[in-house]
Design a protein around this ligand. Structure first.
Ligand code: CA
Length: 233
């Protein structure tokens, strides 16, 4: 895959120019849209690889755009917004966004998030989690059929919940999953104490798969929001 085609949805001219110049210097192909209606039209007609989306648009809320795009596409959506409350991030992620960046942001951070999105596209194109019976990510391997996981070819002793968590994260590699989403998938509910249990299970899972807990390779925490599995080479 050559450099991906990015759709930038942003009504603030200064930020739109900043993102455009950055993409240009990195040789990304891109289109821009300032209004929600235009963004949807662009997404339908040009089928971009990645969308960078502002939430506060003059004619539409960005959340609506995420929901519309998700009705037909899994293209990575990176939200770039001034809304910085956890609840705003959770709403965007639960609507189907992959990632969330709060304004003001650094160009390096935006480029890093784009690279995560690209690895996610590559992973889905080359292997695709659905048709695959195995998952490989760096030293981590999961055998979905046998229901076991390995680190450096040594079998991990996981509890059933830890294993379910690991599988859920692996099937959404590169994507930030909210606490609500995870607890609903694992326990079928979103009670507050499930979120507390989730933290405990996540801590024990990480102890088993991360060699350095201060620099996690596999599971990234988004404080107050959720978790993401990172794709390692
Ligand atoms: Ca805006």
């Amino acid at each position: 895959m050559s450099k991906p085609f990015v759709l930038v949805v942003e009504d603030d001219e200064a930020i739109k120019n900043l993102i455009s110049i950055t993409l240009e210097t990195q040789e990304y192909k891109f289109h821009t849209a300032s209004r929600g209606s235009q963004a949807i039209l662009e997404a339908v007609s040009h089928n971009p690889d990645i969308v960078i989306l502002d939430l506060g648009l003059p004619d539409m809320d960005g959340i609506e755009i995420i929901k519309k795009i998700r009705s037909w596409s899994t293209m990575p959506i990176i939200v770039v917004s001034a809304r910085s409350m956890d609840q705003d991030k959770i709403e965007a992620l639960d609507a189907g966004a992959d990632d969330y960046l709060t304004k003001p942001f650094s160009i390096e951070e935006l480029l890093a998030r784009l690279r995560v999105a690209i690895r996610r596209i590559h992973y889905y194109q080359s292997e695709g989690p659905q048709q695959n019976l195995h998952f490989t990510n760096g030293d981590l391997k999961i055998d979905y059929v046998a229901g076991c996981a390995f680190l450096k070819d040594v079998e991990l002793h996981l509890t059933p919940i830890e294993y379910k968590l690991l599988v859920l994260l692996s099937k959404n590699v590169g994507k930030v999953l909210t606490h609500n989403y995870i607890t609903k998938e694992i326990w079928g509910s979103t009670w507050e104490n499930d979120v507390a249990s989730l933290r405990v299970f996540m801590a024990t899972l990480r102890k088993k798969i991360e060699t350095d807990s201060t620099q996690p390779k596999y599971i990234q925490t988004h404080i107050g929001v959720g978790y993401r599995m990172l794709k390692n080479e």
